[in-house]
Design a protein around this ligand. Sequence first.
Ligand code: C5P
Length: 233
Amino acid sequence: MAKDVIIALDFPTREETIHFLNRFPQGEKLFIKIGMELYYAEGPQIVRDLKALGHRIFLDLKLHDIPNTVKRAMSVLSRLDVDMVNLHAAGASAMMKAALEGLTRPDGTRPLLIAVTQLTSTAPEALKQELLIDTPMAETVLAYAKNAAASGLDGVVCSPLEAALVKERCGQDFCTVTPGVRFAGGDAGDQKRVMTPSQAAKNGCDYIVMGRPITQAEDPVKAYKQAVKEFLG
Ligand code: C5P
């Protein structure tokens, strides 16, 4: 399975995004993540423009709605020629299957479709008291991952600490996309459970998503190269 380092472009404007990308050598093709902040600020044109530069794109919009709406929205996103998109597994199998249908292009190709299980920001107490889910968090995450796999999805976003277990339960070909990656001795910021790129590789992560350790580094190109070297060996 393909393995790669995805850079989270958590910037509020096109200008800041382009300024960051311009620090890389011309022609260098990256795998980048565009999230809600940049997409809602700049619209689909930013996706087309970054794709035109040759970058691969993970469009992180986490769709969650009734199946028909998600299917139609996925069809629009698929036409943007992105490489990876995601949704909330909480939308259940009917929504996930509809999303797959919407994503599939007339020629049969489609971007990878990845599920978010439980948000890592949801505390176990909130799961029980607010969402009324009595099953422990880890079991809920694995059950959502298995449901995503059974619905035909390609993988899940999960913590690097969960990646090995997700693969054990859902199959080695089921892809794990993992934020929460930090260099040894680096600032964890608001991430609670972190792994280094080399630990993530050993724990079965297929794609690591790194934002601030690269975007806020004094030398982002050097930081990116270090991540690639550690992760891909
Ligand atoms: O800057 P940092 O490396 O923490 O960025 C991680 C990226 O992954 C951010 O874009 C964040 O929104 C995203 N993410 C995350 N944890 C999740 C899901 C997504 O950090 N559970």
